[in-house]
Design a protein around this ligand. Sequence first.
Ligand code: EPZ
Length: 422
Amino acid sequence: MEKIVIRGGKPLKGEIEISGMKNAALPIIFGCLLVKDSCIIENLPDIDDVRVALTILKDMGATVNKLSENVFMIDATAARSGSSSVELVRKIRASYYLLGAEIGRYGKAHVGVPGGCDFGIRPIDQHIKGFEALGCKVRMDGGYVELAAPNGLHGSSIFFDLVSVGATMNVMLAAVCTPGLTVIENAAREPHIVDLANFLNTCGGQISGAGTDTIKVKGVDTLHGCTYAIIPDMIEAGTYMMAAAATKGELKITNVIPRHLESITAKLCEMGVDVTEGDDYVVVKSGKRMTRVNVKTQPYPGFPTDMQPQMAVLMCLADGISQLNESVFDNRFRYTEELMRMGALIKVNGKVAMIEGIPALRPARVRAVDLRAGAAMVIAGLATRGTTEIDNIHLIERGYDDLVGKLRACGADIERVEERNI
Ligand code: EPZ
């Protein structure tokens, strides 16, 4: 099994370039299923989840060719309905986008139930509510989701019971080639939703309002091929911003959209960290001890739930008692047990964690319990003098492109080690 070994306590200094956004790349890759033509997708991050998504399409009969670093041609003309591999679909949560893409392309769908990070139950009832509004009959059968539209699909109005990134994008995929007007209300507003809408519109779609809570989709007959570049990953950028703060270093983080980082920047400044914004970069600098802060995760533009574990590490190293409130997912504090093995003082009560700042964390052997929790353990190791080892790193490699390489280039003593099973 592989592990990450960090000899921490050194300030990060240098420059890190951000890769394409995982949570935009995945719906756009599956969105290519709607296009009976070839698409060239640029700035795809080199991460396991993207590799799984591309393999799923290839197994369905699509042509997928790597044109150069982070640039792929995808031609789904020959892709066969309902032929995705259940083993691969189970590896990633984003495979639920196959439902919207298949129903939009074939008028039916047959997809295994998705997998993904484990933080409590992750229902897809809002996705199903959207599909049923468009005229689908939905059946859950033995680990599969079956969609059928015996009377065809039609535009409709959907008011989501709660803000859901996945359900918002899935209905966009199902509606973009569905006759009539579909109005999605109480929609999620994340930048990756705007990116998917921009991709589909570049292929000839007619989607307006993405980025607001009301999205209108005017169905078109067909989508044509295009060339499209994925936006930078705001969560990857936020992770390195926090690594700079935790190690009292100075990092220039390039290829970002500062506006997407505003809630993260605001919280870091509240803690006494210095953040300077440029057109497409931020510089994060911190020499002194951080002060406590309260954080409540919210859908965009609020503080992202995907930055919650990383923020917990900063709170461990800040003066005073901080409050961390996870309002998006049911159970996203499992990683706190790993931080407590490093000496963290954390009390979790339901969706709220109270974190008492301590002088320093202790090095330990810990594990990644999910993707972003794994990134948080890396930050904890970087900030802690001594040797920290992190297991389960395949979870981290699902969503971070060359994390070890990017950190080593900024002075971190970090390596990926193959551990022979004794
Ligand atoms: C997406 O998950 C992201 N994953 C998650 O990122 C991210 O944390 C989340 O959005 C919120 O931003 C991908 O894009 C692949 P939701 P998703 O639907 O779509 C509940 C990462 O680390 N809900 O916005 O699953 C749900 O249980 C990953 O990159 C329903 O109840 O998130 C949660 O409590 C982790 N019914 C809340 O809504 C539904 O039908 C928000 O979920 C759908 C969701």
